[in-house]
Structure formats: structure tokens, C-alpha cells
Design a protein around this ligand. Structure first.
Ligand code: NDP
Length: 338
């Protein structure tokens, strides 16, 4: 049973290096009464992992030294003393960066339906990122046909889904992404109306040109220079779900300028609705509804899904480092076992 345990925290202003973890091998555990043994097949790599490498707790406790690194997984039931789970069934849970884990079922998010088409989708389009996209758009953004919707990290796990959902609601959809390849993909494959490269020297003016009627809904995932370019384009009564601020997670993306007074004046004068959310809160009320609505779209191919596939548990640290610096192109999922 291979597993990555934390050996040192990451400084708040640094990127994580492989020295943060050590991989160790321990015996495969045996399930006790009411427990199941889960074998990790797929591991999800997600930006929130960076936040949990800091020593200080944030909205979730940090990973402590000696603990197994956290992570969403699709796992197979290998042995079961729990009548709710049969050997061979697939489940989505948070088994972390390891081959095997014991569970009493309480931490299992969902059992995959028999014959689930692509199990790793439960870590992306049908899992936490897809649900994040749906919740932010439908419950916070509340789109109306004809409005302009804008999202950064547009081809990533959340961005690719929310853009397609906004398009289906009749919005003009403008993405922001790193590089021409990602921008072309957003327009040609995901059906966005426009996508602007945030590394372009004329990024701000090109974004303004792509949003001739301003922006009514801005899904905030990035912060930093991307938000700076979006803010002047926001319309009266704009809705801004605050989903993530990836450019700040390792302390970069800030130039020391205090943006708060200007932003709050805009919130007041332009009557913005700004709402931060952490998707875990929404599971009890909405995850079932989300699956019902979005599963047919994904399974029929109406909604395009792009995964960034990695292979081998040992590659998790590099995979996370790449994700945090835009090296991924799609939802990052790592295959751990067949
Ligand atoms: P992605 O698959 O979108 O991967 C991250 C992307 O962020 C990179 O590919 C890169 O895209 C972009 N990025 C990284 N650094 C920068 C930077 N300095 N400036 C601009 N863009 C940058 O990740 P997810 O879809 O999983 O997550 C997107 C955001 O949503 C994150 O902020 C995450 O923390 C947040 N989130 C929040 C949740 C919640 O409950 N509130 C739940 C899920 C996600 P590119 O190359 O195109 O710039």
C-alpha cells in the first residue's frame, strides 16, 4: 500500500515542491466490522490542495505532518463487511493519495451507477468541479438569456463546464485562458463566443472588445490581473460568484496595491451581488439535482468534457505543481490502478 504523507508544510508564498511529501509503503489494511477496503483507481488533483499545504488552517483544516495527503478518488470495493457495499462496486470518496483505505461508508460521496461510462468523470464533470460550476451558475449567477457571462481558467475543470452551461442558458460566453491553444479550444470545441489569452500584452483591451455589452456574471476563479481587467467591464447588478483565487494561492499575483476601496465602491454604486461559496455546503441540498440534470448532457456528448490524464501515483506531486501553474489542459485526473 503506497501512500504520500506530508513531511513539511509549504510557505504561504511558495509553490509546493516534491520535498513536501514522502512516499511510503505500509501493509494493506484489513476491514473490521462494518468496514470496506477501497482500492484507489483514479485520484483527482485540484487547486484546493495547495491551500491545505499551508500550516495554518483555512476553510478546511490543513494537512498535518505525518498525515496522508487529501484527495478525491474513484475507488473499487475490494473487500466488504458492510452490507451497503458489494465487492467490485465503484465509489467516489476522498481516499487521498494512497492505494488502499478503509471506510465505514460515511465518507463515501456517491456510489457510481453500475456500468458508469467513464468513472473518472465523477472527479470532474459529474463530481466536485462540475457541481461547483452548476451551483455557481444556477444558484448564484442566475443567468438570463442575452446576458454576458465571463470566466477565467476557462478550459479547466470548472471553467469548461460552467461556460457550456451558461451557453445553454442563452448567455454570451467569454472565456479567459492561458495561451492560444486553450483559447482556440474554448471557442471551437466548447462553443464559447470568445476567449481571450490573459498572457497577451493587450489582454485588457481584447477582453473589453470581446464584451461589447459589458459583463453581467463573472465567475471568479483566478483573482490578480484577470480580475483587474474584468472589474471595469462589470455591468449594473452584476453577479459575482467568488469560487477561487488561484493566482493568489502561492502568494503571487498581488502588487501591493489596495484594491478594496475601489472594489467596494463599485459593489455599492453598481449594485454588484458578490457571493463566496465552498461547494461542500451545497451537497446535501443540490448534488442529486445536479447529477440528474448534468449526467444526460455529459453521457450523450452534448456537453464536451476534456480531461488531462496522468498515470501513476508517484506522479501526483508533479501533477499538482503543473496544475497550479497552468500546465494542465482540462480536468486533471491521475490513474492509480486498473
Ligand atoms: P483548473 O482545472 O481550472 O486548473 C487551474 C487553472 O488555473 C490553470 O490551468 C490555469 O489556467 C489557471 N491559473 C493558474 N494560475 C493562474 C494565474 N496566476 N493567473 C491566471 N490563471 C491561472 O482548476 P479547477 O477548475 O479545479 O479550479 C478552478 C478554480 O476554482 C480554482 O481557483 C479553485 O480553487 C476553485 N474551486 C473552488 C471551489 C469552491 O468550492 N469554492 C470548488 C472547486 C474549485 P490557464 O492556463 O487557462 O490560465
Amino acid at each position: 500500500n503506497r501512500r504520500f504523507v506530508l513531511v513539511q508544510h509549504t510557505q504561504p508564498d511558495a509553490e509546493p515542491t516534491p520535498a513536501v511529501w514522502k512516499m511510503e509503503s505500509v501493509p494493506v489494511p484489513k476491514p473490521g466490522p462494518n468496514q470496506v477496503l477501497l482500492r484507489t483507481l483514479w485520484l483527482s488533483l485540484d487547486p484546493y490542495m495547495r491551500v491545505r499545504l499551508n500550516e495554518a488552517d483555512a476553510y478546511m483544516p490543513s494537512v498535518k505532518k505525518g498525515e496522508v495527503m487529501v484527495g478525491g478518488t474513484v475507488s473499487r470495493v475490494e473487500a466488504s463487511n458492510n452490507p451497503a457495499y458489494k465487492v467490485g462496486e465503484l465509489v467516489h470518496s476522498y481516499a487521498g493519495w494512497q492505494d488502499y483505505v478503509l471506510s465505514d461508508g460515511s465518507d463515501i460521496i456517491v456510489k457510481l451507477p453500475e456500468g458508469a461510462k467513464v468513472p473518472s468523470w465523477y472527479l470532474g464533470s459529474l463530481g466536485m468541479p462540475g457541481f461547483t460550476a452548476w451551483h455557481a451558475l444556477m444558484n448564484i449567477g442566475k443567468p438570463k438569456a442575452g446576458e454576458t457571462f465571463c470566466v477565467g481558467a476557462a478550459t479547466g475543470a470548472v471553467g469548461q463546464i460552467i461556460g457550456q452551461l451558461a451557453k445553454a442558458q442563452g448567455c454570451r460566453v467569454v472565456g479567459i485562458a492561458g495561451g492560444k491553444r486553450k483559447c482556440d479550444y474554448a471557442v471551437q470545441e466548447l462553443g464559447f463566443d470568445a476567449c481571450v489569452d490573459h498572457r497577451d500584452k493587450e489582454f485588457a483591451s481584447k477582453l473589453a472588445a470581446a464584451c461589447p455589452k459589458g459583463i453581467d456574471i463573472y465567475m471568479e476563479q483566478v483573482g490578480g490581473a484577470v480580475s483587474d481587467a474584468v472589474e471595469p467591464l462589470l455591468n449594473l447588478f452584476a453577479r459575482i460568484p467568488i469560487c477561487g483565487l488561484i493566482s493568489h494561492y502561492s502568494g503571487a499575483g498581488l502588487d501591493g496595491r489596495d484594491r478594496l476601496p475601489g472594489f467596494l465602491s463599485n459593489v455599492l454604486f453598481k449594485r454588484f451581488k458578490v457571493e463566496g461559496f465552498i461547494i461542500f455546503d451545497a451537497y446535501p441540498q443540490y448534488y442529486g439535482q445536479f447529477l440528474k440534470e448534468v449526467t444526460p448532457l455529459v453521457e450523450s456528448g452534448k456537453m464536451r468534457v476534456r480531461e488531462h490524464l496522468l498515470d501513476g501515483l508517484e506522479n501526483a506531486p508533479q501533477g499538482l505543481a503543473d496544475l497550479l501553474t497552468g500546465g494542465n489542459f482540462g480536468k486533471v485526473v491521475l490513474k492509480v490502478a486498473e
